[in-house]
Design a protein around this ligand. Structure first.
Ligand SMILES: [Zn+2]
Length: 144
C-alpha cells in the first residue's frame, strides 16, 4: 500500500501545486481498497470540497498514472477505468457482474516478480495483474 505522502510528493515533483483538493484525492487513493473510478472519487469528495471539479480529479489521476504512482486497471464491464494506488505486485480480481474489484493475496506472486526481474533485466516499477469472473455472491444468479 502507498501512503499519501508518496502521492503528494510525486505531484509536487511534477510541478503541481498541492491544493487541499489534490491532497484529498491523494489521501482517498492511498486509503481506498475499493479500486475507485474517477466518478467515485469525485462523488465521495465533493460534499467536503464543494469547489472540487471533475476535471481536477481526472487531471490529478492522469498525472499520478503518468508518474507510475497509480495503476489504471481498465474497466470490468462497467465502461469505467478503475484506479489502484497499490502498484506493488498483487492480483486484482474483477467481477463482471457487480463490477467490484478486490485484491487477492497469493504468495507465489513475489516469486513470479523475482523471476520476471531476473529474466528481463528491467528495472521494474510495478505490476498489473487482473483476473476476472463471477464473484461468489453473483454466481447463483448468473451461470455462464
Ligand atoms: Zn459480483
Amino acid at each position: 500500500m502507498k501512503n499519501t505522502n508518496e502521492l503528494t510528493s510525486a505531484l509536487k515533483q511534477a510541478g503541481l501545486r498541492l491544493t487541499p483538493q489534490r491532497l484529498a484525492i491523494c489521501r482517498f487513493l492511498a486509503e481506498s481498497k475499493d479500486h475507485p473510478t474517477a466518478a467515485m472519487i469525485y462523488e465521495h469528495l465533493r460534499p467536503q470540497y464543494p469547489s472540487l471539479s471533475a476535471m481536477t480529479v481526472y487531471n490529478t489521476l492522469n498525472t499520478l498514472v503518468e508518474l507510475g504512482k497509480v495503476n489504471v486497471l481498465g474497466d470490468c464491464g462497467d465502461d469505467h477505468a478503475h484506479y489502484d494506488a497499490d502498484t506493488s505486485p498483487h492480483i486484482n480480481l474483477a467481477c463482471i457482474s457487480c463490477h467490484r474489484i478486490v485484491d487477492i493475496a497469493i504468495p507465489q506472486v513475489e516469486e513470479l516478480d523475482r523471476e520476471v526481474n531476473r529474466a528481463s533485466g528491467y528495472q521494474l516499477l510495478g505490476a498489473r495483474m487482473m483476473y476476472y469472473g463471477l464473484c461468489p455472491a453473483c454466481q447463483p444468479s448468473k451461470v455462464l
